[in-house]
Design a protein around this ligand. Structure first.
Ligand code: FEO
Ligand code: CA
Ligand code: CA
Ligand code: CA
Length: 625
């Protein structure tokens, strides 16, 4: 065991004094760990204690609440114009696609902040999906051609320049980099699957030219200045009215991704034929990828990076390994799906844009296999290579080349025996670069479906609360095939459950409890910010947990403190910081979804709107400190 492995084992042991189910075996004090761990020592030196704000209580109010001494101001809401001369938001639902294409899209999600100077920055933001009932002047059960186009224009990515004024960061509608990327923006498929037969359509015989990105969930940011947007639930946009004729033509590879021969809820197929899966069965293969965008060049073509695999991507957490390889951790958010890692073939060279911008073109994709002992909340894991000709990925399992391994990455992961997870959402790499965290949001199928046994990092049957798994690559090398893992926290409800895992881990109590961790990210000092997308009923298993929220965790001691609560029926998702860490951008997604009584942000009788807020401190200090 290397010195680092020994340190990690001690760290894991220090976390394992859990409420009754592990006993107090081998528990080291956090102090003992801190004195040994170089990352923790650096954090302690930078600011001790790491977390310095007063916790906010759970809330069911229709507003954003932040700690005493902080404020959260609206930056931008769905429908706000992002260009000079673009129309203002019209709550009637009667505005058309031309207006929406010049306005902020719906359902703000992952975002990245690119600082240009002390007073200028660019914000790139995903617009994941739409709230159909709020978007139109009717219930959205039948759409005109322009309404389909409007729906498509409300998806994708929004890029806006920000200017720092006396009132803090504001959007600059005159910004030359402002851009909307939508479900009909021209893009290019690149990498090993580009040009494959399975990617060719009637409109694109080359298999490389594709229109649009949609259901852009979370994100990533590269050190060479590009934005990564991740295509998640792309299946929901494909459908057909020709159900009877089509069902037999859709093989298991459609089913594995949820594509069905029936009308889709978004109804795009009703006016845009390429979404009719009966007529264009290869179009779905052109979605479900990570897309690289240059936010500094509004005329640039977004590039779909097939080397990173096709699945329901959550985010793309990139780190540069010690030896220069770009490593990207990737979750596939569906019950019983998997956790992936991409390692670039080439190496990052600071300042060499031509080199760096090809790093996501070529490399090796891996999928995680965890040790699965039923009662061990820690263990070992390995990354299994998903390369054609290895590990059974050949004709005997229906794969003819690497492109098929990538297009059907989920099937490839099953063939190699990857661990089925409790819905991997965001991954975040600690700034010290030795530890990686991933939210496993919840999974009602755990212990119910045969392929989803209880054990390892998925330790509860019918898991309604979620957990956060943490791992350390062997030798601190992100290209290594082995890792050690433990659970940073197990969400639960200690006021409803006692003496079992549904109460949560020791670092969860009645004052910080929550369910369904989803967005996570580190700030520069190593605070772990945790956002939730969970059950907001405040009843039963979820009594006392209130609306969705954001918490701040110390990644080493396990302390977790609630920082923000959101309005009614929202999800908190997306976070970014200004370089000085004194402005924090947070997404409030779909307040008032499904007819719930929210009027956030404007109040009164107003229509609820997805909104980005900027959080600052009254004294101008570092957020969270
Ligand atoms: Fe778009 Fe898995 O959340
Ligand atoms: Ca999410
Ligand atoms: Ca979620
Ligand atoms: Ca959501």
């Amino acid at each position: 065991m290397s010195e680092q492995d020994a340190q990690f084992t001690q760290m894991i042991n220090s976390q394992l004094s859990r409420r009754g189910f592990l006993g107090a075996t081998a528990a080291l004090s956090a102090g003992a760990f801190l004195s040994l761990n170089p990352v923790a020592k650096a954090i302690a030196a930078a600011s001790s204690p790491l977390i310095g704000f007063d916790a906010v209580p759970a809330s069911t109010a229709d507003k954003v609440v932040v700690p005493k001494g902080y404020q959260a101001e609206v930056l931008m809401s769905w429908g706000d114009p992002i260009f000079n001369g673009a129309p203002e938001f019209d709550p009637s639902g009667n505005q058309g696609s031309d207006a929406q294409a010049q306005q902020f899209g719906d359902n703000t999600d992952g975002m990245s902040f690119f600082q240009l100077s002390d007073e200028r920055a660019v914000l790139a933001v995903n617009n994941e999906y739409i709230n159909i009932d709020l978007m139109f002047a009717h219930d959205g059960k039948k759409l005109s051609a322009d309404e389909v186009r409007k729906s498509q224009a409300a998806h994708g990515v929004t890029i806006v320049e920000l200017a720092k004024t006396g009132n803090g960061w504001q959007i600059d509608k005159g910004g030359k980099l402002n851009r909307r990327i939508t479900a009909f923006t021209e893009m290019e498929l690149t990498g090993p699957a580009a040009g494959h037969e399975l990617l060719k359509t009637a409109a694109d015989a080359s298999g490389t030219q594709v229109l649009g990105t949609f259901n852009n969930c979370a994100n990533g940011q590269t050190p060479w200045g590009t934005y990564l947007t991740c295509e998640e639930n792309f299946h929901g946009y494909f459908g057909t009215e020709q159900a009877a004729n089509t069902q037999t033509a859709l093989n298991d590879d459609y089913g594995r991704y949820g594509i069905k021969a029936k009308p889709s809820k978004y109804l795009w197929h009703s006016h845009d034929e390429r979404f009719d899966v009966a007529k264009h069965p290869n179009e779905p293969h052109r979605h479900g990828w990570v897309v690289e965008i240059d936010p500094m060049d509004p005329s640039s073509t977004p590039l779909k990076r097939t080397a990173l695999g096709r699945f329901k991507h959550e985010n793309a957490a990139m780190t540069i390994n010690g030896d220069g390889h770009a490593v990207v951790y990737l979750g596939d958010d569906e019950r019983g799906e998997h956790l992936y890692k991409f390692v670039s073939k080439g190496k990052y060279i600071e300042g060499d844009n031509a080199n760096n911008r090809s790093l996501l073109e070529e490399g090796t994709l891996y999928v995680a296999k965890f040790s699965m002992e039923p009662d061990a909340l820690k263990g070992k894991g390995e990354w299994i290579e998903l390369s054609f000709g290895k590990n059974g990925l050949d004709a005997s399992n229906g794969f003819n080349d690497q492109a098929e391994v990538l297009i059907y990455a989920r099937r490839a992961a099953t063939v190699v025996g990857a661990t089925t997870m409790d819905r991997p959402e965001w991954v975040a790499v600690h700034p010290g670069n030795q530890y990686v965290f991933c939210t496993l949001t919840n999974n009602k199928n755990r212990g119910v479906k045969d392929n989803q046994p209880v054990g390892g990092p998925n330790p509860r049957a019918e898991n309604h609360y979620g957990q956060i798994v943490r791992w350390s690559p062997a030798g601190g090398d992100h290209t290594a095939n082995e890792f050690d893992w433990d659970l940073y926290l197990i969400a639960g409800n200690p006021t409803v459950h006692q003496g079992n895992l549904y109460a949560g881990s020791d670092n969860i109590n009645k004052d910080n409890m929550f369910n369904s961790p989803d967005g996570i990210g580190f700030d520069k000092a190593g605070r772990l910010w945790i956002q939730t997308d969970g059950n907001y009923s405040n009843e039963g298993n979820f009594a006392g947990q209130g609306n969705n929220q954001m918490l701040c965790g110390d990644p080493m001691t396990g302390e977790v403190r609630r920082f923000m609560t959101g309005p009614i029926a929202c999800e908190i998702t997306g976070l970014a910081f200004s370089d000085d860490q004194r402005s924090m951008f947070v997404g409030i997604q779909h307040p008032g979804e499904k007819g719930k009584p929210s009027h956030y942000p404007a109040g009164g009788d107003s229509k609820p709107r997805s909104t980005i807020v900027v959080v600052t401190r009254d004294d101008g200090g570092v957020i969270g400190a």
